[in-house]
Design a protein around this ligand. Structure first.
Ligand code: GAL
Length: 676
């Protein structure tokens, strides 16, 4: 689905048709007479949306079957008096004490068999049919009451799905799920090679469920089961709400966002939702703009459309080892960076800290006295700027010529057996992303099964699991003229997490015209060189061989005492109208950049902008008749950027500019002037 089609539904048009800025607001934690002052302060800061309700079950249903939604209705009305719209979270991440004490069987059980107790959140079992009955009831009643409320623009289901359960019912469900998938124990035993260590199962109820490491086939299937269980947990609430929810209101969930979270498959979770939403937090330290950009691009890839930042930190958090505050201006830079990568909303968590509760030290926008904290004025600046830029940004979205592809199967398979503890998949992805972003300013990060034809080059840094259908998809892309680059570990496994018998890259050996002879964890950097230059490889290295006359060696390891000495480290082959390259090493940044430059050159990817000063990030969002460029100076010094053409400086009255001056954390939002 193209971004334009995605925007066409009423729900996505609501969510993505303008810029939203807001906060998580918990009216149930404060006396009602206080609400108006909070909302007035929000309005003054440019807040146009609040998210409410996602932990308020004990206030919405104080006793079983006794509901009180009137306070929420009054909060929504009052918000609208201040021109603030509302997203309602279903409260199911925090079941009330009456529920968990009367029905303790809904409580989750951890991997060591301990049942959770009340007093925190996330204490429910995600598979419990009884718990799901209560979820259905509260979600459907909320939808009946507010599904046509003109001031409610959307719904968030639950909150950051996180913990699975290992109770006996879930174990039985896992076994049933496997039976449905494999039909016979013979098929399962073969797929998992259970003759190894006498793991052979002769009855379905012998199959274990725990959080320890074990057979890789069993582990991969458990992750898929976890995904299927969260998908059905979520669908239970979607089904309860859809009949009552106006098509204009979107349904989403907020996905936890420290890095590439991977408990379950995010493509599967976001498929039935109208929009994707996530919660990026920096935690300790400062904004790593490549990392935040890459992960934002990956979030945009879940549904291949713009998304919401449903929560982010107002300066600092309370849960990192050191909860330092972001620098002055850094919260604003991060907000604009999110927008540059496809966010259409940024909401701060939270408006005001509860006087008690587990997160008293977390950053907020007003203090315990109800007066603005220092960060309030910076957020108010973001609010003003979003208001100014909203019309120009509406209907635009990032557009890339290149993509990085991933799959959850590969992510999980590598995490189960990293082979070198230093092999960190986000770090590996960023090794590709940094030069790609510097050189093209726009990278899609998408599921490997997504349509790829629009991309000139596709990079697969860690595609460990390549079953036959994926190999076919990738081979078709190359045959039709695409350029595919595979990184180390590619195609080692099939869909059962079993070793591919062709060696790497498995079913793509024929397309590559070569293969991996052996993989090695590296305990020291090794020299590598080729026509693009020389440098080093570290952490993991593979030796390749060429098996077809059309295949060529691009890089070789230097002479050394290891098994990699003098062997090919990268090979390339032309295939159909395109090409395939296998890079079997993790290169140092300088050589990696030269490698990427060469790939982009070979695929005729043109530069969007002249080279930028260091620490300056450029992002582009494209609309039907215009383009928006966002420039951010993430570094400590002042920077000057000469634009290739005259543009309108939207945050400075729309005047025409050719040169932009950016102080530290400076942001410019520019509209391409001659595109109308
Ligand atoms: C998020 C969570 C919020 C709040 C926040 C604090 O993960 O969804 O409810 O706890 O962290 O940083």
């Amino acid at each position: 689905m193209s971004a334009d089609t995605a925007r066409a539904t009423p729900a996505t048009a609501t969510a993505l048709g303008r810029l939203w800025m807001g906060a998580a607001w918990y009216p149930e934690q404060w006396p009602e007479q206080r609400w108006d002052k909070d909302l007035a302060l929000m309005q003054a800061a440019g807040v146009n949306v609040v998210r409410v309700g996602e932990f308020a079950w004990s206030s919405l249903e104080p006793a079983e079957g006794k509901y009180d939604f009137d306070w929420l209705a009054r909060a929504i009305r009052l918000a609208q008096k201040h021109h603030i719209f509302v997203v309602i979270g279903t409260p199911t991440d925090a079941p009330p004490a009456w529920l968990t004490s009367k029905y303790p069987q809904v409580l989750r059980v951890d991997g060591d068999g301990r049942r959770a107790e009340h007093g925190n959140r996330r204490q429910f079992s995600y598979s419990s049919s009884l718990y799901r009955k209560f979820c259905r009831d509260i979600a459907s009643r909320l939808a009946q009451r507010f599904g046509h409320d003109p001031d409610v623009i959307g719904w968030q289901i639950d909150n950051e799905y996180s913990d699975e359960s290992f109770d006996p019912d879930t174990r039985k469900m896992f076994q049933d799920w496997l039976q449905q998938r494999y039909k016979t124990l013979d098929a399962l035993n073969t797929a998992w090679t259970t003759t190894y260590w006498s793991q052979t199962y002769t009855a379905w109820n012998q199959i274990p469920l725990n959080d320890k490491s074990g057979n890789p086939g069993w582990m991969l299937d458990h992750k898929r089961f976890v995904t299927a269980t969260w998908v059905s947990y979520q669908q239970n609430q979607i089904d309860a709400m859809r009949p009552y929810v106006n098509p204009r209101q979107f349904i989403t969930t907020n996905i936890g966002g420290l890095g590439l979270s991977d408990n379950w498959d995010h493509y599967a979770i976001t498929r039935p939702l109208d929009i994707a939403a996530w919660d990026p937090y920096v935690g300790e330290g400062h904004l790593d703009f490549y990392r935040h950009g890459a992960v934002s691009d990956y979030v945009r890839g879940w549904k291949r459309q713009d998304f919401w930042v449903m929560e982010t930190q107002p300066g600092f958090v309370n849960w990192a080892p050191v909860n330092n505050a972001l620098y002055k201006g850094e919260v604003r830079a991060m907000a604009w960076e999110s927008v540059g990568h496809g966010a259409d909303a940024v909401l701060y968590w939270q408006w005001r800290s509860a006087l008690n509760g587990q997160e008293q030290y977390h950053g907020a926008l007003v203090g315990p006295d109800g007066e603005p904290l220092p960060l309030y004025s910076e957020v108010a600046q973001i609010g003003r700027e979003f208001e100014t830029a909203s019309a120009a940004i509406a209907g635009t979205t990032p557009q890339s010529d290149i993509a990085i592809i991933t799959t959850y199967d590969s992510r999980w398979a590598i995490d189960f057996q990293p082979h070198n503890k230093l092999y960190d998949q986000l770090a590996v992805l960023l090794d590709y992303y940094r030069p790609l972003d510097d050189l093209t300013h726009s990278v899609d990060v998408v599921n490997a099964y997504a349509p790829l034809d629009r991309y000139k080059v596709v990079f697969a840094p860690s595609l460990n699991v390549i079953p036959a259908d994926l190999a076919q998809h990738l081979a078709d892309y190359v045959r039709h003229g695409g350029h595919l680059v595979l990184g180390p570990r590619s195609g080692m496994k099939d869909q059962f997490n079993r070793l591919n018998i062709q060696r790497q890259p498995g079913p793509l050996v024929g397309v590559l015209g070569g293969r991996v002879e052996q993989f090695y964890a590296l305990d020291q950097p090794l020299a590598v060189s080729g026509s693009i230059g020389s440098g080093t490889a570290s952490i993991l290295g593979e030796t390749l061989s060429v098996q077809s006359p059309s295949a060529k060696i691009l890089l070789k390891y230097g002479k050394n005492r290891t098994w990699l000495s003098g062997e090919p480290a990268a090979i390339t082959n032309s295939y159909g109208k395109g090409s395939i390259t296998y890079l079997g090493a993790l290169l140092d940044p300088a050589l990696m950049r030269r490698f990427i430059v060469q790939e982009l050159h070979d695929a005729h990817v043109a530069a969007l902008f002249p080279p930028l000063p260091s620490d300056v990030e450029l992002m582009r969002r494209v609309g039907k008749s215009h383009a928006i460029f966002i420039l951010i100076n993430h570094g400590p010094g002042n920077r000057v950027v000469r634009l290739p053409v005259v543009m309108h400086d939207i945050l400075r009255g729309g005047r025409d500019v050719r040169t932009v001056h950016l102080a530290t954390q400076g942001v410019a939002v520019l509209e391409e002037s001659n595109a109308h």
